[in-house]
Design a protein around this ligand. Sequence first.
Ligand code: PLP
Length: 456
Amino acid sequence: MKMNVSEKQRIRVMEGDWSPLSVGRHIVDGGLQEDPFYVMDVGEVVARYHTWRELMPRVEPFYAVKCNDDKLLVATLAALGTGFDCASKAEIELVTSIGVHPERIIFANPAKMASHIKYSARAGVDTMTFDSEAELMKIKQHMPHAQLVLRIRCDAAKARCPLGIKFGCDPVTEAPGLLKLAAVLGLQVIGVSFHVGSGTQETGVYLRAIQHSRAVFSLAADVGHANMRLLDIGGGFPGALHSDIREVSQVINGALETYFSDRSVRVIAEPGRYFAAAAYTLFAMVHSSRRVTQKDQEGVEQSHTMYFINVGVYGSFNCVLYDQFTCYTNEGVVAETIKPKCEKPQPCSVWGPSCDSKDCVLPNTFLPPLSTGDWLMFRDMGAYSLCITSAFNGFPVPKVRAVIDSSVWSVLKDLWPLSDSHFCRGDPMTGPQSADQPILPSPTGTPMPCLSHSTE
Ligand code: PLP
């Protein structure tokens, strides 16, 4: 497999003790850094992959590219051997450009544009989802040899982003008709998929969804789809640094044993958040502040400080608007100061840099008193953030500074066919310093190799 990571995206191999916080601190310590940036820890992705394989050995992860299409993340997962869930022509292009075989891709958008279906056919991506008659007619016209997966609806009682309101047919009232129509059209249905909702708060929903899937497998066989062989359990897995998939994996493994003990059925999942969230830590600088005094509901005057940081809801914090980021305590926006502060936290709010009053990252929080030039760190910022970020009002999209621990690197490098010429060495303290070339010293003070992957 050929590994192509953007020329601009270099990975710093880290020796000794380090953390995203120490890397972030180092970047801002020189005083030259003014723009927000992410520290991306490749090792976090690798660790999560191993946890997944250990806890759910039967379920093959097909990473949902929509969650974060950073080429480095996609390439890391490709090197580890995951499959991919693509929702569009561009996502298929990205994944295949890295050298991923089309058989490792599912086109998991139930409502596809005709030109994207035609592209999928040309690219050799045969497996795709559907949930409507209109989609079946389009597929019949543009890709009659497609291997179809019927998306059914089964919603978690609580999810950060419910998806059933848009996609998935009812497994009882709608699935039989769609399966029959596919058979009449001579289209091949080979499996069932579902998505219980992104950031689901209920693990039992996977049991219900797998049970429904079993029933739909039987229905499909009854109407002539004799080769039902794929179960796709979608996404919904937690992604925060301290979240755990142990409980959900037990529910899934148990349900698979009960309803799909037949090993001839291949089981895949489409995790997005699980792989992307914790690997990216965002660093943002306070560039201004304003002290305000307001009367509370009881008419008592309360003072509070408004801090303005260099990235807001039109940038990386779009997840505040689109991904209900602040609603959850375990996976919400939590600002941490990157320099230890001994002062007591005070009531404050944190605002983005644009001139829009909706651009509020944290309307009501507590932080120790901050000065202009202080930096804040936000963990778990890799999911549904970077890929939606805009440069509204002229504020730049944060750059990604990628790091990997040398122990992880020594394993991963054998999977990435890179020659010595991909390493550039030199004293990192005196090397070129620009946003595209993250030059960091190793915490031990020894020069570290800087890996640059060529796109060609
Ligand atoms: N699969 C599909 C079809 C999706 O729409 C999504 C998210 O919207 C995902 C997978 C990824 O979900 P999550 O990030 O919750 O794992």
